[in-house]
Design a protein around this ligand. Structure first.
Ligand SMILES: C[S@@+](CC[C@H](N)C(=O)[O-])C[C@H]1O[C@@H](n2cnc3c(N)ncnc32)[C@H](O)[C@@H]1O
Length: 198
């Protein structure tokens, strides 16, 4: 009986690891959570007094979206996550916080989501994700919308602010504001700015 139990647990663990590996490869990002100190700097970076819609792109285990929903109870906070395990975990986590009625987690590729109604974008992704997101956000976000990105910067968009969160890693946080200024084709001011602070 005990052997069956151990076999069941082992197979379960193998399935979880295999699932995670599969999604990690297809999402091209590991579900590494943002540290609490960086989370705070990200949420503090939002300047809008009362954003209506906050989207976290790649919400992982749910920590950043939960912090945003707690700080902005009147905003609708949506966490988009494509990987099954972190998504299920964040949904369970939300169940433990029933007061967060303004928060939902959805399984969706965020590149397929229209961003026209989003006031604030939160993300911690990768350089290729940011390069792909930049033209989409520039096209779809309204003027004044804010993007707060941990670690990774947009290749051509000049940040309004940037800070370094000290700790085990020095984590940069970039804050952008959508304007009408067209994206330059060859320049990379964010790359230059990022070099200055690293
Ligand atoms: C580095 S983790 C960050 C998790 C969370 N944002 C945090 O800061 O704690 C990046 C997450 O983005 C997800 N992701 C990457 N590309 C995605 C896509 N196109 N659509 C939805 N989720 C995506 C990955 O599955 C991963 O969980």
């Amino acid at each position: 009986m005990l052997t069956f139990f151990y076999a069941f647990i082992t197979l379960g663990l193998i399935a979880v690891v295999a699932f995670n590996e599969y999604y990690q490869r297809s999402m091209k990002a590991c579900p590494m959570p943002t540290a609490a100190s960086t989370r705070k700097v990200m949420i503090d970076g939002i300047h809008q007094a009362s954003p209506k819609v906050i989207a976290e792109l790649g919400s992982g285990w749910g920590g950043v979206a939960m912090a945003a929903a707690t700080r902005y109870p009147d905003a609708q906070v949506i966490g988009f996550e494509g990987s099954l395990m972190p998504l299920l975990f964040s949904k369970c986590r939300k169940m433990l916080h029933p007061r967060l009625k303004n928060l939902r987690f959805v399984k969706k590729n965020f590149f397929e989501n229209d961003m026209h109604d989003v006031d604030v974008v939160l993300c911690y992704l990768s350089n290729p994700h940011m390069a792909q997101l930049e033209p989409k956000l520039h096209r779809e976000l309204k003027n004044g919308a804010e993007i707060v990105s941990s670690t990774f910067y947009m290749p051509h968009w000049l940040p309004r602010e940037q800070s370094i969160v000290g700790g085990v890693y020095n984590t940069p946080v970039y804050i952008y504001e959508k304007t009408n200024v067209p994206l330059p084709e060859n320049l990379s001011p964010t790359a230059q700015a990022a070099q200055k602070i690293s």
